[in-house]
Design a protein around this ligand. Structure first.
Ligand code: 16G
Ligand code: ZN
Length: 544
């Protein structure tokens, strides 16, 4: 009863805006920041409940990633550091949309009963809070704190301004009982990077020491990369759009999302950068792409996207495993996970390497879940979100082998492979895709291979593709199956798409409802740009 009273009182301070329906979507709640206080307050309650349920530390991140600066959003990190479990999403929607405090409290007590969550028990909830650099972040953080504090005994710990993956990392390490301060994160990254650089099998040439130029999207990533950069002696990084006063607005004409969609240079880059190795982070630094500037006045770039980052990682890991597998026949299960947006040329390339490639629907939670099934699972979306997951059993196998190295018959190359794989598992964020650790791994592997960005880009040539979106009244009218590659509803739409596709050679097209906007997205791929454009256009007409 005390709990109910507390919730009622606090909730009355955060009325829901009239006429707004909000949904947890693919990656949390997102909207114009001005209408989000009540949502964030309620997600605070949700996080505390999740902590009570799992008897673990939970994360709450306030960010709207690549959205414009006036938007904001909120999402939860589960005990493993991954996304909130999907079976709690409907409850998140109910909570956020409950019309008044009485309704809210009723929902909470019913849900608590169903999930066997008891208040005021021995375990008290703990939630780590993080936010990106958006101006609305501070007051929304207060709303989250109020939500958490309205659950008896719950503790909110503000971790400050962070990248999304930093907060996920902290949650993961806290729940392993390890020290999880921001400084621990930086130390882990720079130690793992240094190890990997030391294991490079040859001297580096001077051209390989070329600097990397990073577009920080005027967000939190640039600021954090400044810190990482100081700890690295063997890599020169120049950071632009770092979010400093006067440099520009968050995500406006900058950032990974802009670069990947527009295929032109972000603001602050131009002809002086032709041919140089450049990377672009998104607003909360959980995504990244590479690019180099093409000569000419139109500021076009050659994009090196998530598919190519995936291919580079896969190639490197496969090489290391080949060195290990040779001798004792130990078969390591390496799996690659992509979505239907992966360029067909990348999938062909990976399959030609002999790799197993799985497809899942769009959204990190689906890719991550699938990648967990392998000894080593590598997943990436074309837009630059992805990571490499190592299973617990494979990691302990590696650790044992590393311990026994002195007495084993392993050759030097095998010893190095074990050490490299262990260092990769430390460098790459196992909780969620992380632009900072991802960029560092790309840099190491390029040096390991002795490759320029141009050489890397030549791994395969992307098939021309086109994406369109069609505004619709009700995007839920389109239902897909088989990792979004086929439409099951409305009837007849898939047949119509098949007819269009059949008019071209070497082509592919699919449609899916967006998880973040009220649109149906159309994707088409063909052997020429013109064909891809035409195919996308005619498929879009059937959706309309
Ligand atoms: C979200 C997803 C991203 C996905 C995108 C698709 C996470 C962390 N983010 O941003 O992975 O690519 O949605 O958007 O899961 P769409 O459904 O509007 O095409
Ligand atoms: Zn993001």
């Amino acid at each position: 009863e005390h709990q109910k009273g507390m919730l009622l009182e606090c909730a009355s301070k955060y009325p829901v805006p009239k006429g707004v329906k909000i949904s947890y979507g693919t990656a949390g709640f997102r909207a114009d920041a001005s209408i989000l206080s009540s949502t964030v307050f309620r997600v605070g309650i949700l996080a505390a409940l999740r902590s009570l349920k799992t008897k673990s530390v939970i994360g709450l991140m306030i960010t709207a990633s690549h959205n414009q600066i006036s938007d904001n959003g909120v999402k939860i990190a589960d005990p493993s550091g991954g996304m909130l479990t999907q079976d709690w999403e409907p409850f998140a929607d109910l909570l956020a949309n409950a019309p008044d405090p009485q309704n809210l409290v009723k929902l909470i007590s019913e849900f608590a009963k169903k999930e066997n969550i008891s208040f005021g028990g021995v375990y008290s909830a703990e939630v780590l809070l993080g936010r990106d650099t958006r101006p609305s972040g501070e007051s929304l953080l207060e709303a989250a704190r109020h939500g958490i504090n309205s659950v008896v005994g719950a503790v909110a710990t503000d971790m400050g301004i962070l990248t999304t993956p930093q907060l996920h990392w902290m949650v993961r390490y806290r729940n392993k009982g390890k020290s999880s301060l921001e400084s621990d994160y930086f130390t882990q990254l720079s130690n793992a990077f240094r190890c990997l650089m030391n294991y490079i099998p040859r001297e580096m040439t001077t051209s390989e020491m070329d600097e990397l130029i990073v577009d920080g999207a005027n967000g939190v990533g640039g600021e954090k990369l400044e810190v990482v950069k100081k700890t690295l002696s063997s890599l020169v990084i120049q950071i632009r759009n770092s979010g400093r006063e006067g440099e520009g607005v968050l995500n406006q004409g900058v950032g990974a999302d802009f670069v990947q969609k527009e295929k032109i240079v972000p603001s602050g880059f131009g002809q002086i950068d032709v041919g140089k190795r450049c990377a672009s982070l998104d607003g909360d630094a959980d995504r990244f792409v590479y690019f180099h500037v093409l000569p000419g006045s139109n500021n076009k770039i050659e994009l090196v996207d998530g598919d190519k980052i995936l291919s580079l990682f896969a190639l490197f890991i496969k090489q290391q495993l080949a060195i290990l597998n040779k001798e004792d026949g130990h078969q390591v299960h390496l799996g690659i996970v992509q979505t239907a947006y992966a360029n067909g040329a990348s999938t062909d390339y990976l399959k030609k390497l002999g790799l197993e490639v799985a497809l899942t629907p769009t959204g990190v939670k689906y890719l991550h879940e699938k990648a967990c099934e392998y000894d080593i699972g590598i997943y990436f979306e074309a837009n630059g979100h992805g990571t490499i997951l190592f299973s617990a059993s494979f990691l302990s196998w590696l650790e044992n082998r590393n311990k026994e190295i002195a007495s084993s018959s392993d050759g030097l190359e095998q010893q190095l492979s074990v050490k490299r794989l262990l260092a990769v598992s430390e460098l790459i964020n196992q909780a969620v895709g992380d632009a900072l650790s991802g960029v560092l791994l790309v840099e190491v592997i390029l040096r390991h291979m002795g490759w320029s960005i141009q050489r890397w880009n030549e791994l395969y040539q992307d098939l021309p593709s086109r994406q369109l979106k069609v505004k619709v009244m009700d995007r839920t009218a389109v239902v897909t199956a088989n990792a979004e590659t086929g439409v099951v509803k409305p009837t007849g739409l898939q047949e119509a798409i098949n007819c269009e596709v059949a008019k071209y050679t070497m082509r592919r097209s699919f449609v899916r409802p967006s998880g973040t906007e009220d649109v149906i997205r159309v994707y088409a791929e063909a052997s020429t740009q013109e064909e891809a454009d035409n195919l996308a256009k005619s498929v879009a007409q059937h959706v309309d």
